[in-house]
Ligand binder design. Sequence first.
Ligand code: GAR
Length: 205
Amino acid sequence: MIVLGVLASGNGSNLQAIIDNIKSGKLDAKLGCIISDNPDAFALKRAKESGVPAYYINPGSHKTYLETERELEYMKCLQEHKVELICLAGFMRILHSDFLRTFKDRIINIHPALLPSFPGLHAQRQAFEYGAKITGATVHFIDEGVDTGPIIIQRAVEVDDNDTAEKLAQRILKVEHQIYSEAIQLFAEGRLKKTGRKVEITNSD
Ligand code: GAR
C-alpha cells in the first residue's frame, strides 16, 4: 500500500477527501504524515482528528518558498515517515530543485483551473474575471516551474451566467476532491507512464 505525505497550508478539504476516500476503500493508500507551513492550518486539525501524524514546520521568513534549512526539515520528516508520494494540497510555496531531485516524479499537485490556463494564485477568480466559459481542475506532476508540470488528470467545470467567483470555486473544489484521489490511485497502481510532458494512463492488469 502506497504511503502518502500531504503538504497543506490552509483548510485542507482536499486532504479530507483523501482521508475519506482511504476510509471508504476507494483509495488504496496510507497517510504517512501531514506537514503544514501554517501553524493555524485547519488541515492540521483534520489530520490529528484522523490519527495521522501532523506537523507544523516553520517555513522560514520568505513568503513564497521554503528556506533551504527548513526545506531539509520537510524532507527529513517525509523520509522518516517513509513517504512514497507527496501530494501538495493547497500548499502555497514553491519547492526547490533539491527537494524535486530527492522526490523525482513523486510529487503531485492539485490546481483549480485547466492548466496551462490560469496558473498561480486565485485561479478560479482569474478564470471568472477573464470571462472563461469553461474552467476546471488539474492534477499534475511538479516540476521547476509554477503549475507547469506534466498533466495527469483534468476535468472541466462550466461557468454559469449567474455564477459568482465563490460559487464557481465551490463547484471546482468538488471536482478537485474527486480527481485528486483518482490520480493518486492511478499512481499507486503504477499506471502513470510519463514520457517528457506526456502522462499516459495505462490499463490495469
Ligand atoms: C484548492 O482549491 C487547491 O486547488 C488550491 O488551493 C485550494 C486548497 O483548498 N491550490 C492552489 O491554488 C495551488 N496553486 P483546501 O485547503 O480546502 O484543499
